[in-house]
Ligand binder design. Structure first.
Ligand code: MSP
Length: 518
């Protein structure tokens, strides 16, 4: 049986509404899984919500709600956001799902039975917003070294995970799998961190201090399991670890786990150490992307600069938003989000380049061929540049997407769009209409043929736009149903009646509230 392509996002905290940062990871994963499906591969694309932890219980308290009530409300906002952004996840895990809680308790008990979880006392500092422990030597003035907020001093009974025991095994694994952590800079960061020595990790908290919110330790009712131990296991609980062995075997190991750079250590150190302890294969790749800032500042509620993906999508269209996030900044690097930059890409890349190419081509087909695509004449003139770019495209996209280089993949597609627009300028079909009807037919055929290819490769990135292109080109079905083998040139069915419709990217109206497509 074929291995399913398994891709994960982090599971998001439900203490707040989703913003552009959360949508970034999820959109990136959506593109990768759509691309795999386009290639005929079965996918298991998992996202979900991280519902336990002090952060969530404190947010509930502040809102005067029970934690369960808060999480049930916020999870709906996530689900609605993913629907609005056209995210095609195959599953959605909540850490309050019984299917998840069972696995967490079982693994906690197994590691305890094996001696890898042992009782002790934790003395140190804890950051609630980061849900992270820090050593005295890591902090200054009682502030969190990561987020700068005040820490809590803790001295309490706990259970430790014997992470130190897995240090050498983990280092050996990482060093023999140079693709395990990406991008490369992050890989070196992790190697150095593991070399500097791993300490055992506190993996439970006294129920008396944090209240009952969390998964109970199966053999000690006084203790609740640490939220990161709980959360990381979602990646194996959802595909059925220990419960549905056959399904789990088809899905695991994850092909790629996409995260933000802030949670790299949890995923590239604690997570593989837990898997090593449990005797489970490690994921193939952990990819840490960069962060979006707003006018150079971190996004935060207190600064009032949090960007709402739904608002931006209402202004520019969902696909323009998806395009911008993945085109503007190389995945792995930080970037600054602004409506001005999005507006510029909308005008230049989308409306003037892609939109215009489709519009001009269809207008000329209507004008010169009554809206019917001419048959592809054997031996007709083709364009060398367009043919070369089109032939190279599948392998290039494959290469870039296997490296999560979304912006490069989009650049390759736009190279073709640029070349097709130049082809129109060079061929001047409006002149051929008077002099050479045969060549005119060839030029227009070559253009729809290229547009068809562009729609196929754009479909993972811009599913709605590529579908609209497909329909306007008069093609049946959807571009995403197409097997990739049919993406060579000369596949456009002759005599197709095109259906020119509304522009793909309507003009932006700019007013004092900003831009909006009309
Ligand atoms: N619940 C944990 C993850 C547990 S996974 C087993 C968590 N949740 S989170 O909601 O705080 O963040 C989820 C993801 O959103 C992280 O990958 C984080 O990097 C990403 N982002 C949050 N703000 C971001 C930006 N401003 N820019 C880009 N991504 C950012 O951490």
């Amino acid at each position: 049986m074929n291995k399913v392509f398994y891709i994960t996002t982090p599971i998001y905290y439900v203490n707040d509404t989703p913003h552009i940062g959360h949508s970034y990871t999820t959109i990136a994963c959506d593109v990768l899984s759509r691309y795999q499906r386009l290639n005929g591969r079965e996918t298991y694309f998992l996202t979900g919500t991280d519902e336990h932890g002090q952060k969530v219980s404190q947010a509930a308290k502040a809102a005067g709600k029970e934690p369960q009530q808060l999480v049930d409300e916020v999870v709906e906002k996530y689900k609605a956001m993913w629907k609005a952004l056209n995210i095609g996840n195959d599953d959605f895990i909540r850490t309050t799902d019984p299917r998840h809680e069972k696995v967490v308790q079982k693994l906690f008990a197994d590691l305890h039975a094996k001696g890898d979880i042992y009782p002790g006392q934790y003395e140190g500092w804890y950051c609630v917003p980061c849900e992270t422990f820090y050593l005295e030597t890591q902090i200054e003035k009682g502030l969190c070294p990561d987020c700068g907020r005040p820490l809590e001093k803790l001295k309490e009974n706990t259970y430790f995970f014997r992470m130190s025991k897995y240090q050498d095994q983990l280092l050996a694994y990482i060093e023999s799998h140079p693709d395990f952590v990406q991008p490369l800079g992050r890989y070196h960061e992790i190697v150095n961190f593991v070399k500097s020595g791993l300490r055992d990790l506190s993996v439970s908290r006294p129920r008396s201090r944090i209240g009952g919110w969390g998964i109970a330790c199966p053999f000690d009712q006084e203790q609740v399991i640490y939220v990161w131990f709980d959360a990381l296991l979602n990646y194996i609980s959802a595909p059925g670890y220990g419960i549905e062995p056959e399904r789990f075997g088809r899905v695991w190991p994850a092909d790629v786990q996409v995260i933000g750079k802030d949670i790299l250590k949890f995923h590239a150190i604690i997570w593989p150490a837990l898997l090593l302890a449990a005797g489970i294969e490690l994921p193939k790749k952990i990819f840490a992307h960069g962060w979006w800032t707003i006018a150079g500042e971190k996004m935060s509620k207190s600064r009032g600069n949090v960007v709402d993906p739904l608002k931006i999508s209402a202004q520019f269209g969902v696909d323009s938003y998806r395009y911008f996030l993945l085109r503007e900044v190389p995945f792995g690097q930080d970037g600054d989000f602004s409506e001005t930059a999005l507006s510029a890409r909308y005008q230049a890349d989308l409306a003037n380049n892609l939109g215009n190419l489709l519009n001009r081509t269809l207008t000329m087909l209507e004008k010169y061929f009554a809206g019917i695509v001419p048959d592809p004449a054997p031996g007709r003139k083709t364009d060398e540049t367009l043919t070369r770019l089109a032939q190279a495209l599948p392998a290039r996209i494959e290469q870039h997407l296997s490296e999560l280089a979304f912006s490069l993949a989009l650049e390759r597609i736009w190279e073709i769009i640029d070349a097709a627009n130049r082809y129109i300028e060079n061929k001047a079909p409006w002149k051929l209409a008077k002099t050479d009807k045969e060549e005119l037919a060839a030029v227009l055929y070559n253009l729809v043929d290229i547009l068809r290819l562009v729609a196929v490769y754009l479909s993972p990135f811009m599913p709605k736009i590529s579908q609209l292109m497909w329909e306007q080109l008069g093609l049946p079905g959807t571009p995403a149903e197409l097997e990739i083998t049919k993406t060579s040139l000369n596949q456009f069915p002759g005599k197709t009646r095109i259906l020119k419709g509304q522009p793909l990217f309507p003009k932006l109206e700019i007013n004092e509230e900003g831009a909006r497509c009309s």
